[in-house]
Design a protein around this ligand. Structure first.
Ligand SMILES: NC(=O)c1ccc[n+]([C@@H]2O[C@H](COP(=O)([O-])OP(=O)(O)OC[C@H]3O[C@@H](n4cnc5c(N)ncnc54)[C@H](OP(=O)(O)O)[C@@H]3O)[C@@H](O)[C@H]2O)c1
Length: 269
């Protein structure tokens, strides 16, 4: 029987590419987004409605998968997520809370919803799509780095808690990949007289350029498929350009002031 894969955020970018890739490889794929009617005609896998910041939506979405598979769910890919940028002083706290709801608390709630079934099955795989940006607090992306880092720490703990039940948990931390993340991203609006205006604008332009020049998301899809077929995956995999993958290693090797100086030079701060 084909393995059942449930992937959030399958209408675009990394999620869509992965859903199509796995469907083609013979997996039974359920992908989510907020407005399936916009996409379901165009793609061969099953679309389900999910608003990740809404508990009821999460519960009914998982129930719908289990109803359609005779109660089976083999792989959860916690992929849906959004970006947020801005100087921390000027980001509204409500926006940060909403951001954590989508990038951290929602994915956590989905994990809690699937664990009982995976325990009952005596097996299951959970993959969180986090970010290389969770290796350190990136200027003007503090809440994003923090939300992804928080999800990673949670998964590290959960992995040890659930290993004896046959459940495998890991994080994939991507670098820059071509997707629509820049269009969905919440960018703080700054007045021209903001003390951060110039440096923020420069960094925002750089971020958009990096995504546009990113890697083909198929690399993520291939990594995910290889992990589905790995008996004992590592806790974290970085997938991205060599320099981006190196940055976390540099942080652990270099004296903190030097690493910070490198980052500040890079971001022209
Ligand atoms: N692209 C990169 O360079 C990169 C780098 C590091 C990490 N990542 C991570 O990779 C994941 C996928 O991002 P992407 O680059 O593929 O972005 P994307 O093209 O914007 O796709 C985001 C997906 O998440 C869904 N989504 C957004 N907000 C949602 C909400 N409130 N409730 C439910 N679904 C929601 C979107 O569905 P709707 O149709 O409902 O909007 C869409 O399917 C994210 O977690 C992102 O942080 C991406």
């Amino acid at each position: 029987m084909s393995k059942v894969v449930f992937i959030t955020g399958a209408s675009s970018g990394l999620g869509l590419t992965t859903a199509l890739y796995l469907q083609k490889k013979g997996y039974k794929v359920f992908g989510t987004c907020r407005n399936p009617s916009q996409y379901e005609k165009h793609y061969p896998f099953t679309f389900l409605t999910l608003e990740i910041s809404d508990s009821k939506s999460i519960q009914s979405c998982i129930k719908s998968v289990l109803d359609q598979t005779g109660g089976r769910l083999d792989v959860l890919i916690n992929n849906a997520g959004v970006g947020i940028t801005g100087p921390i002083e000027e980001i509204q706290l409500s926006a940060v809370k909403q951001h954590f709801q989508i990038n951290c608390f929602g994915p956590l709630e989905i994990i809690q919803a699937v664990l009982p079934k995976m325990r009952e099955q005596g097996e299951g795989l959970i993959i969180n799509i986090t970010s290389i940006a969770s290796d350190f607090g990136l200027p003007f992306r503090g809440p994003y780095s923090a939300s992804k880092g928080a999800l990673e720490r949670m998964a590290e703990a959960l992995r040890m808690e659930t290993q004896s039940f046959g459940i495998r948990i890991c994080n994939i931390a991507p670098g820059d990949f071509i997707s629509n993340i820049a269009e969905r991203r919440h960018n703080v609006f700054l007045n021209k007289d903001s003390p951060y205006f110039k440096t923020y604008q420069f960094n925002l332009d750089q971020m958009n350029e990096h995504v546009d020049n990113g890697i083909d998301p198929k690399e993520i899809a291939k990594k995910i498929e290889s992990l589905i077929n790995t008996l004992n995956p590592k806790v974290r995999y970085k997938v991205g350009a060599p320099l981006q993958k190196l940055s976390g290693i540099l942080k652990s090797l270099l004296p903190s002031r030097i690493f910070e100086k490198l980052l500040m030079n890079h971001y022209k701060l």
